[in-house]
Design a protein around this ligand. Structure first.
Ligand code: F6R
Length: 612
C-alpha cells in the first residue's frame, strides 16, 4: 500500500536501466525510503531493490547491463509496512514470470490473498502489491498476452492503483493500468516512457498522455495503445507540455504550498483509504486493543506548531464525542513542565516530520514514566513513528513547503478516525459512527468545493494587501482553526496577527483595533453565530473590517460581515471547521504571493525542527 511513490518505465533503444534510474532521480522531490528496478537479462527478469536513499540502488548501476531496452523502476515512500528491501518494489508473481511496481492501495487484497493462499501461493512480503503480481501471474500462466492478464486482474482489484507490469517473455512490452493513482505516459521517437509524474518524462519527450481511470496502456518502442478494461481500444490525444522542469515538479503550480493546498481533497481520500468499509465502519489497524481503551482515563495531546493546532481538534473530539478528558500541551512546555500524569493516561504525539526535537524529548519522557504512547505521524520510519507504542500514519504524502497545509488536514482526519474507532470498540451508542463516516466519505468532494473559493480569496487578498494587523477569531472549534489560519499568515506573509477565541476580544485585544485592521471570523458553528455578530460589530465600530468564513446556509454573519466566504455544509461542526482552513491557507498564500515573498521557504524557518 503505497500512496506517493515514484514510478518509472522505459522501452526503446537507449540503455533502459540508465533511463529509469534518471527518471527516479527526477522524482526525488516526492520523497522516498527505498527503491528498486526490474529489467530483462538472459531470458529472466532481474529485480534489485534497496532500502534507504536512491543512491543505495545507484551503487549497483555499474553492475547492470547497458544493453537492456526495457526496464521499470520504483521509489517507495512507505505508508504501510517498514521501508525494507523485501517490501520495496518491484514484486514478482509466484512463477517469476512477471514483475510489477505499484502506487496506491488495493482495498480487497486480503480476500484476494486468502484465495491465492488457498490455491497454494506463497508470499515473500506483506504487501498488497505482491498479491496483484500473483493475480496477474496466474492469468499470464494461462497463456493470454500480458495486456489481457493485466485487464483480467484489474477487473478484480478494488481501490486506487497505478500498476506497471513486465513479463519474462514479451521482451519489448510494458503494460500499465490506472485507477485513481497518478500515471503519465511520454510518447517519444521509437521509444516510450511512463512515470508517476510529468518531470520524469520531460528530458525525453514533451508529448504527454495522462492515462484516464480504468484504462490499460500497452507500451512498445513504436507505439502506445490504450484500451478499456475489456480490451476495446480507446483513442487519445497527447498534450504538449511546455513547462520547465522546476515548474513540472510543482505540477504547474507556482509553489509547492499551493500544490499541497490543492492536493487536500486527494489527501483526505488517501487518509481514509482502506480505513472505512462499505457498512460505514472504521477499520484502524495497529492501535490499542479494546480493553486498553476501556482503561484510559485521560488523553494528552503533545505537539508543536500546526500539529499542536491539530491536537486542539483532538481534544475537542475526545471530549465532545467520547467524554474522555483531554489536554493539549506544547511539546517544549510539556518536557520541562513536570507534568502530572495518570498511569492510565494516553499520550498522543502529533507530528508531520516525526523528528521534531521537543516532541521526541516529550515522547521519551512519557516512555520513562511508562505512559502509553500513540503517534499520529506523516513520515513512516521517522523517530516518533518508531518510538511510539502505536502509530497512525496520516498518509498525506511528502509535504515539501515549510508551511504545513495538507499534513494538518490529514492529522485532523486521522484524529476523527481514531475517535470513531474508540467509539466503535467501546460501543458508545451516543456516537453515530455510521453517520459521521458517511459524511467523511463526502469530504473530498466538499474540499474541492472549498478550493473553488480561490478567486474570492484572491479578491480579498488584494483588498487586504496593505493591512498591518489581522485578527483571527472564532468560538468553539472555529477558534482552534483560527489559530492555524493566523500561523499560516504570519509564517509566509510576515504579517502580524492577533488570534484568540472571539469572546476574549473585550478582555484586551480590542484595544488593538483601528481603521484598516482585518478580522477573520470562523463562523462555521451555526449555534454560535449570534454571538459572533456582536464581536463583528465591535470590530466595525472601531473602523475594522469583518470577514466571515462560514457555511452556505448562514444568513446571520452573512448580513453582518463586510466580506463573506461560504463553504459547503456538512453535518458535523468539526468537519465544517476543518474545511474552513482551506480559504485561510489560500489567503496566506495569496497575500504572500502579492508581496512577492519566497513562500515555500519562509525566512528563519525550517521544515523539520530537530533542535530545541
Ligand atoms: C507550520 C509548521 C510548524 C510545524 C511544527 C511541528 O506551518 O509547519 O509549525 O507544524 O514545526 O512540526 P512537526 O509536525 O513535523 O512535528
Amino acid at each position: 500500500m503505497e500512496t506517493m511513490c515514484g514510478i518509472a518505465g522505459y522501452v526503446g533503444p537507449r540503455s533502459a536501466v540508465q533511463v529509469v534510474y534518471d527518471q527516479l532521480k527526477r522524482l526525488e522531490y516526492r520523497g522516498y525510503d527505498s527503491a528498486g528496478i526490474a529489467f530483462l537479462e538472459s531470458g529472466a527478469i532481474k529485480v534489485f531493490k534497496r532500502a534507504g536513499k536512491l543512491g543505495e540502488l545507484g551503487k549497483l548501476l555499474g553492475e547492470f547491463p547497458d544493453d537492456t531496452h526495457m526496464a521499470i523502476a520504483h521509489s517507495r515512500w512507505a505508508t504501510h509496512g517498514a521501508p525494507t528491501d523485501v517490501n520495496a518494489h518491484p514484486h514478482f508473481d509466484q512463477f517469476e514470470q512477471v514483475a510489477i511496481i505499484h502506487n496506491g492501495i488495493i482495498e480487497n487484497y486480503l480476500e484476494l490473498k486468502e484465495e491465492l493462499v488457498h490455491n497454494g501461493h506463497t508470499f515473500q512480503s506483506e504487501t498488497d502489491t505482491e498479491v496483484a503480481a500473483h493475480i496477474i501471474g496466474e492469468e499470464y500462466a494461462r497463456g493470454v498476452p500480458l495486456e489481457e492478464a493485466v485487464r483480467r486482474a484489474a477487473r478484480r482489484l478494488r481501490g486506487a492503483y497505478a500498476l506497471v507490469v513486465v513479463s519474462r517473455t514479451e521482451r519489448n512490452k510494458i503494460v500499465c493500468a490506472r485507477n485513481a493513482s497518478p500515471l503519465v505516459i511520454g510518447l517519444g521517437e521509437e521509444e516510450n516512457l511512463l512515470a508517476s509524474d510529468i518531470p520524469a518524462l520531460l528530458p525525453y519527450t514533451r508529448q504527454v498522455l495522462v492515462l484516464e481511470d480504468d484504462r490499460i496502456a500497452i507500451l512498445t518502442p513504436d507505439e502506445v495503445v490504450v484500451t478499456d478494461l475489456h480490451g476495446i481500444e480507446q483513442p487519445y490525444v497527447p498534450m504538449q507540455v511546455d513547462w520547465d522542469i522546476a515548474a513540472a515538479e510543482k505540477s504547474g503550480y507556482d509553489h509547492f504550498m499551493l500544490k499541497e493546498i490543492h492536493e487536500q481533497p486527494e489527501v483526505i481520500r488517501q487518509c481514509l483509504a482502506g480505513r472505512l468499509d462499505d457498512a460505514n465502519n472504521v477499520r484502524l489497524d495497529n492501535v490499542f486493543s479494546e480493553h486498553v481503551w476501556g482503561e484510559i482515563d485521560r488523553v494528552n495531546f503533545i505537539a508543536c506548531g500546526t500539529s499542536y493546532h491539530a491536537g486542539l481538534m483532538g481534544k475537542y473530539l475526545f471530549e465532545t464525542l467520547l467524554r474522555i478528558p483531554a489536554d493539549v500541551f506544547y511539546s517544549s512546555e510539556f518536557r520541562y513542565g513536570d507534568p502530572v500524569l495518570s498511569p492510565k493516561s494516553l499520550a498522543i504525539f502529533i507530528s508531520q516530520s516525526g523528528e521534531t526535537a521537543d516532541s521526541l524529548a516529550a515522547l521519551r519522557l512519557c516512555k520513562q514514566r511508562r505512559i502509553r504512547t500513540l503517534g499520529i505521524v506523516n513520515v513512516i520510519g521517522s523517530s516518533i513513528a518508531r518510538e511510539c507504542d502505536r502509530v497512525i500514519i496520516t498518509q498525506a504524502g511528502p509535504e515539501i513547503s515549510v508551511a504545513s497545509t495538507k499534513a494538518y488536514t490529514a492529522q485532523v482526519i486521522s484524529l476523527v478516525l481514531l475517535a470513531l474507532h474508540v467509539a466503535q470498540v467501546q460501543e458508545m451508542p451516543g456516537v453515530r459512527v455510521e453517520e459521521v463516516v458517511s459524511q467523511l466519505k463526502r469530504l473530498p468532494g466538499l474540499a474541492e468545493k472549498a478550493l473553488e473559493l480561490e478567486p474570492q480569496v484572491q479578491e480579498l487578498a488584494k483588498k487586504a494587501a496593505e493591512a498591518k494587523l489581522f485578527f483571527f477569531l472564532g468560538r468553539g472549534v472555529d477558534a482552534y482553526v483560527a489559530l492555524e489560519g493566523a500561523l499560516k499568515l504570519k509564517e509566509i506573509a510576515y504579517v502580524a496577527t492577533q488570534e484568540s477565541p472571539a469572546g476574549e476580544m473585550k478582555h484586551g485585544p480590542l484595544a488593538l483595533v483601528e481603521p484598516g485592521v482585518f478580522a477573520l471570523f470562523g463562523a462555521t458553528d451555526a449555534a454560535l453565530r449570534d454571538k459572533l455578530v456582536s464581536n463583528m460589530k465591535e470590530i466595525q465600530a472601531r473602523g475594522g473590517l469583518a470577514v466571515s468564513v462560514t457555511t452556505e446556509e448562514d444568513q446571520i454573519t452573512d448580513k453582518a460581515a463586510d466580506f463573506t466566504l461560504k463553504l459547503p455544509r456538512v453535518n458535523q461542526n468539526y468537519l465544517c471547521a476543518l474545511l474552513s482552513i482551506i480559504p485561510l491557507q489560500l489567503l496566506a498564500y495569496h497575500l504572500a504571493s502579492l508581496k512577492g515573498l519566497e513562500i515555500d521557504q519562509p525566512r528563519n524557518l525550517a521544515k523539520s525542527v530537530t533542535v530545541e
